[in-house]
Ligand binder design. Structure first.
Ligand SMILES: C[S@@+](CC[C@H](N)C(=O)[O-])C[C@H]1O[C@@H](n2cnc3c(N)ncnc32)[C@H](O)[C@@H]1O
Length: 210
């Protein structure tokens, strides 16, 4: 099956009034707030299915904590990974790596864990409910103690956002922020309150079905 053209999908970002641009701004606000509140010291980041990395990189270009940050953006499409890499280089973010790899394979995160901030934006709307659950269950294996996860999921019916929140709770996370249901996107911010689990290699987390 031929998959979706993800380069074309990114074109909606050109319109600042699009729902996608509104979602991006909301995610960036949460990333900025996270970095603003983070105590001094290194911050390790992971982004699953990072695309062009607009969420993270849009914040890090001018954030005072930008040089405390290291981590990995995982993106399968070579053109989008190249865009993200070019933005990382242009912003002088020497601690960040863009890996062209399958974010649904746990091995793609090997050596980049435990992360303090994990982004799963534009993932949960493109995989099965079973894979969402499985991915959330795996997140404590990617996380440092007290890590934050920012995720998105469409509010289109059937709205799975409340269920996703329940799954985060069942996997040891507390809800910190949830976008208002009137917004044209769903976004949640969760913090790991249970102890993290050890990283596990060779695990399948999800497969895109779109
Ligand atoms: C909905 S977009 C989200 C992009 C970005 N996170 C954002 O919010 O702007 C989904 C992204 O996942 C990428 N992708 C699809 N399957 C993937 C996989 N198995 N591993 C890594 N990236 C994947 C696509 O190329 C696309 O860039």
């Amino acid at each position: 099956m031929r998959g979706r053209d993800w380069v074309q999908w990114h074109e909606d970002y050109a319109d600042p009034s699009s729902a996608l641009s509104q979602r991006l701004a909301a995610v960036q606000r949460q990333i900025r707030a996270y970095l603003d509140e983070r105590p001094p010291g290194p911050v390790r980041l992971l982004s699953m299915c990072a695309g062009q990395g607009r969420d993270l990189l849009g914040v890090l270009t001018d954030h005072p904590r930008r040089h405390d940050v290291s981590g990995r953006l995982v993106e399968l499409d070579p053109r989008l990974a190249a865009d993200a890499r070019a933005s990382v280089v242009a912003a002088g973010l020497t601690g960040l790596e863009v890996r062209e790899a399958d974010a649904g394979e746990s091995d793609s995160y090997a050596g980049a864990t435990p992360a303090d901030l994990v982004l799963a934006c534009g993932v949960f709307g493109n995989i099965t409910d079973l894979d969402i659950r499985q991915t959330i269950d795996f997140l404590p294996r990617l996380c440092a103690p007290g890590a934050t996860v920012i995720w998105t999921r469409t509010r289109e019916a059937p709205d799975l956002v409340p269920t996703v929140c329940d799954w985060f709770a069942a996997s040891g996370f507390a809800l910190r922020f949830l976008s208002d249901p009137s917004e044209p996107y769903g976004m949640g911010v969760h913090t790991l309150i249970d102890p993290p689990n050890p990283f596990a290699s060779r695990k399948r987390l999800f497969t895109f079905v779109r």
